[in-house]
Design a protein around this ligand. Structure first.
Ligand code: BGC
Length: 763
C-alpha cells in the first residue's frame, strides 16, 4: 500500500501540471507500459482477477440483480469498477473504499449509461441523428461528459452505434438509424465529445462503444434475438460506425448480447480479437454487456467455468455483472486451462484505462464534489439541449401551412403525452430528474404567455390495453388515467370544439422504446387513433406532434391529418424546444435517418437496399416482380426526408469532370436556393451508386452531406469532393476496393428526390 502510494506521488509529480492521458508519443506510451508493468508485478492472482470484475451499482439494474454488497466487494479488491451509481458523494465513498481499504489502492472505473446527456438530457440518440448536426452532437457529448464527471463518473457506456433497419426493435431509439456513413460520423463525433483532449481534463471521460456487434439486426425485431448475416453485409453495412469509433480513439468497447456467426459476441474470438484488435488496431479494453457471460448458458454454450475461460480467451477483459471471472478464473489458472499471462493481458488493458484517465495520478480526479452544484443542469447546458432538440424534429406534412401556429386565440393541446414530464426524455435517462423538467403543456403556456389561451385535455390513455401500457411505462413513468375511454374522449372533444386550432400530443411512451421494448404494431395505438378521428370530426385545423423512439407507421395519419411533426423524445428541454418550433420561433430542419414504412410488413425497409433481378416498376401489383399483393413497396417517408417552414429549390447536379483517376479528385456540386420567405437550415445530401461491380451493390449510398443555413432568396453551391475512397466497398474477399468503371453521383434534399450525373473511375 505504502509503496504504491509512493508510486502515485512520483508519477503525479512527473506528470504535472496535467494528468496522464491517452499517450500521444512513444515516450508517453513507454512510461505507461512501465508503470502498469510495475503495478502488475506487485499483484496477487486474486487482486488481478478482481480488477476484471465489474459489479453493478445498486441504483439501476437492467438484468438479473446479482447482489447488494457492493461496498464490501470494492473494499476487498474484488471490483475493478462499478456503474450506474448516481451522486458525487456516493461515488466518492466507493472510490475511497478502493483507494484506502485495498492493499494496492487501485482506483475504480465508475461507469454509467450517460447515453444522451446526464441531468441536462439531450434528445434520444436516434433523434440527435435526425439533426445531422455533427458539431452540435459532439457538443452534446462534451456537455454530457462535463456533467457526468461532476458527479464522479469517469466512463460512459456510449456511443451506441448499432446500425438498425428494424423499427420493431426498441433499441433503435439509442442509435443513429439505418445509415453506416452518417452513423460513422456521429460515432466518431461522440467519442471526441466524451474523451475531449485525450482524457486530460477532469471533465473528459472514457467512451465505451456498444454493442459490438450487429446488435441492431435481431431476427423478428425482438431484443436479444439471433443475428445472422453474411460477412459482406457486415463489412459493408453494419461495421463501419464501430470502426470509426475505434479509429477516433475510443478507450473501450462493450460486446453485444447477440450471436455473431452462431457464437455469442461475448466470447467471439473472431470478433473481439481478429477483427477488433488485429484488423482494426483497437488498443483499449472490452467489457461484456450486463450478465452476458451467464447468458451463454441459455444460448446453449455450456456452464459458467468454461464460458468464463472462453470469454477471456476470446479477447474480453472485463465481466459486467456475471460474477463469472471472479468465480472461475483463479481455478482455471490453477488447472492450467488459463495462463497467468492471459489474465495479465486483460488486466493490463484495464489498468491502462485507469492510467489514461489519470486515476493513478489522482484517484480523486473525478471527485470534485463542488462541481456537482455548478456544472450540472446549468443554463448554458440547457440552452444547448433546447437548441439541438429543435433541430431534431422532422416535419413530415404541413398542408395549408398550418404550422407554425400563431400565438393568439384558443389553442387546444390534447393527448396522453401533453402533460407528462416523465415521458419527455426517452429511454436511458439514467440521471434525469423528471420533476425539474417541463411538460409540453407548461412549455406551451410559457411560450404564449398572455397572448393566447392553451386549453388542455388528456383525451385518451396511451393504449386501450392497460397491460401493454404498463409494459411501456416502467421506471416510474406510469401515466394511466382511471377514467373511462368515453369520459376522456368527451372532455377532449368539448375542449377541441371551443378552440381555433388543435395540437395533438400523441405516440408512444418513453419506455415503449429502449431495451426489451419491442413492438409488432408500429401504428399510433388504438385509443389514440379513436381520439384523432374525433378531433378530425370537429373540423378544426389539426397538428399531430408524434412522440416516438422509432419510425412510426403513420399511413392513415398521413392521409387524414394536414400537419405532422415527429418530435421523438426531445430531452429535458424538449417542451420548450417543441414550443419554439410549433410557434415559429425556430424553423424545423430535421431529416429522417431511418425509412418510415407504410406498414410493418415492409420491414426491413431501408433506402440503401440491394437491387433484385425482377424489380417492380410500379406501386401497383405486377406478377413475377419483386412486390406485394397487398401493399406498395415504397416507403411512406424516405430516408433523409424532412420539410421546413420555408422552401428549398435544388439545381441540377454538376460534375467538373466525368473521369476520376484512382489518385485524383473531382467535384460534384449542386446549388440550393431558399425560395421561401423564412430563414431555414437545409441538409444537402449526396449519394453514390455503382451500377456494375464484381458483386451486387446497393441502389445508392449516402457519401456526403452538409447542413447549411440560408436566408430567403439566398443560394449556395455545395460541393462534394469525390475521390476513389468514396467508391470503395468490401468485395467477396473482404478487400476494401474501388473498382474502375461507371459510377453515378446524386444530390438532393432526401434519398429519393435526386438529380444525377455519371463519371468513370479510370485505373
Ligand atoms: C445494456 C447496455 C448497458 C448495460 C449497463 C445492458 O442491459 O444492454 O446497453 O450499457 O446494461 O447498464
Amino acid at each position: 500500500m505504502k509503496r504504491i502510494k509512493a508510486l502515485f506521488i512520483i508519477v503525479a509529480m512527473a506528470a504535472l501540471p496535467s494528468y496522464s492521458a491517452i499517450p500521444a508519443t512513444k515516450a508517453e506510451k513507454e512510461k505507461m507500459d512501465k508503470f502498469v508493468s510495475e503495478l502488475i508485478s506487485r499483484m496477487t492472482l486474486d487482486e488481478k482477477i478482481g480488477q476484471l470484475n465489474l459489479p453493478p451499482g445498486e441504483d439501476i439494474q437492467t438484468g438479473d440483480a446479482i447482489r447488494s454488497n457492493l461496498g464490501s466487494l470494492v473494499a476487498s479488491g474484488k471490483a475493478g469498477g462499478t456503474f450506474n451509481v448516481k451522486g458525487a458523494s456516493k461515488v466518492l465513498e466507493l472510490q475511497k473504499l478502493a483507494v484506502e481499504k485495498t492493499r494496492l489502492g487501485i482506483p475504480l472505473l465508475i461507469g454509467m449509461d450517460v447515453v444522451h446527456g446526464y441531468e441536462t438530457v439531450f434528445p434520444i440518440p436516434f433523434a440527435l441523428s435526425a439533426s445531422w448536426d455533427i458539431p452540435a452532437i459532439e457538443n452534446s457529448a462534451r456537455i454530457a461528459a462535463k456533467e457526468a464527471s461532476a458527479a464522479g463518473i469517469n466512463w460512459t457506456f456510449s456511443p451506441m452505434v448499432d446500425i438498425s433497419r428494424e423499427p420493431r426493435w426498441g433499441r433503435m431509439a439509442e442509435g443513429a438509424g439505418e445509415d453506416p456513413y452518417l452513423g460513422s460520423r456521429i460515432a466518431e463525433a461522440m467519442v471526441r465529445g466524451y474523451q475531449g483532449d485525450r482524457l486530460k481534463g477532469n471533465d473528459e471521460i472514457m467512451a465505451c462503444v456498444k454493442h459490438f456487434a450487429l446488435y441492431g439486426a435481431p431476427d423478428a425485431g425482438r431484443d436479444y434475438n439471433t443475428v445472422d448475416m453474411s460477412r459482406v453485409r457486415m463489412y459493408n453495412d453494419y461495421l463501419a460506425p464501430y470502426k470509426a469509433a475505434s479509429d477516433a480513439g475510443a478507450g473501450s468497447f462493450m460486446s453485444s448480447f447477440n450471436l455473431v456467426d452462431y457464437v455469442p459476441a461475448t466470447a467471439n474470438k473472431w470478433l473481439l480479437t481478429d477483427l477488433l484488435r488485429d484488423q482494426w488496431g483497437f488498443k483499449g479494453f472490452v467489457v461484456t454487456d450486463y450478465g452476458s457471460i451467464n447468458e451463454m448458458k441459455s444460448h446453449g454454450m455450456g456452464d459458467s467455468p468454461e464460458n468464463s475461460v472462453r470469454t477471456l480467451k476470446a479477447g474480453t477483459d472485463m465481466d459486467m455483472s456475471s460474477d463469472a471471472f471472479i468465480s472461475n478464473l483463479a481455478d482455471a489458472v490453477g488447472k492450467g486451462i488459463v495462463s497467468e499471462a492471459e489474465i495479465d493481458k486483460a488486466l493490463r488493458r484495464v489498468l491502462e484505462a485507469k492510467y489514461m484517465l489519470g486515476l493513478f495520478d489522482n484517484p480523486y480526479k473525478y471527485n470534485d464534489i463542488g462541481r456537482e452544484k455548478s456544472d450540472i443542469y446549468s443554463e448554458a447546458n440547457r440552452k444547448a439541449a433546447r437548441d439541438l432538440a429543435a433541430e431534431t424534429f422532422v416535419l413530415l406534412r404541413n398542408e395549408g401551412k398550418i404550422l407554425p401556429i400563431e400565438k393568439k386565440g384558443k389553442i387546444a393541446l390534447i393527448g396522453p403525452l401533453a402533460n407528462t414530464s416523465a415521458n419527455m426524455c426517452g429511454t436511458w435517462s439514467v440521471a434525469a430528474d423528471f420533476p425539474k423538467y417541463k411538460t409540453l403543456l407548461q412549455g406551451f403556456r410559457d411560450a404564449v404567455g398572455d397572448k393566447a389561451e392553451i386549453r388542455y385535455a388528456k383525451g385518451s390513455n396511451v393504449y386501450s390495453d392497460k397491460d401493454i401500457e404498463a409494459a411501456g411505462s416502467v421506471f416510474g413513468r406510469d401515466i394511466r388515467d382511471p377514467r373511462s375511454e368515453e369520459e376522456l374522449l368527451d372532455e377532449a372533444v368539448a375542449v377541441a370544439k371551443e378552440a381555433d386550432v388543435i395540437v395533438a400530443a400523441m405516440g408512444e411512451t418513453s419506455e415503449s422504446t429502449g431495451e426489451a421494448a419491442c413492438r409488432t404494431d408500429l401504428t399510433i395505438p388504438d385509443t389514440q387513433r379513436r381520439l384523432l378521428e374525433a378531433l378530425i370530426a370537429t373540423g378544426k385545423p389539426l397538428v399531430l406532434i408524434n412522440f416516438s423512439g422509432r419510425p412510426t407507421v403513420m399511413t392513415w395519419e398521413s392521409e387524414n391529418i394536414p400537419a405532422i411533426m415527429n418530435v421523438w423524445f426531445a430531452g429535458s428541454e424538449g417542451a420548450d424546444a417543441i414550443a419554439d418550433v410549433v410557434f415559429g420561433e425556430k424553423n424545423p430542419s430535421g431529416k429522417l435517418t431511418a425509412t418510415m414504412p407504410r406498414n410493418v410488413g415492409q420491414i426491413p425497409i431501408h433506402y440503401n437496399h440491394m437491387r433484385t433481378g425482377r424489380p417492380a416498376t410500379s406501386e401497383s401489383f405486377q406478377k413475377f416482380r419483386s412486390n406485394y399483393i397487398d401493399s406498395g413497396i415504397t416507403p411512406l417517408y424516405p430516408f433523409g426526408f424532412g420539410l421546413s417552414y420555408t422552401d428549398f429549390t435544388y439545381g441540377k447536379i454538376e460534375l467538373d469532370s466525368d473521369r476520376l483517376s484512382s489518385g485524383g479528385e473531382i467535384n460534384a456540386s449542386v446549388t440550393v436556393t431558399n425560395s421561401g420567405d423564412r430563414t431555414g437550415d437545409e441538409i444537402v445530401q449526396f449519394y453514390i451508386s455503382d451500377p456494375a461491380a464484381s458483386l451486387a451493390r446497393p441502389v445508392k449510398e449516402l457519401k456526403y452531406f452538409e447542413r447549411i443555413s440560408l436566408k430567403p432568396g439566398e443560394s449556395r453551391k455545395i460541393t462534394f469532393p469525390i475521390t476513389a475512397e468514396n467508391l470503395k466497398f468490401y468485395n467477396s474477399d473482404l478487400e476494401f476496393v474501388a473498382e474502375p468503371g461507371l459510377f453515378r453521383v446524386m444530390a438532393g434534399p432526401d434519398s429519393e428526390r435526386l438529380s444525377s450525373a455519371e463519371f468513370t473511375l479510370v485505373e
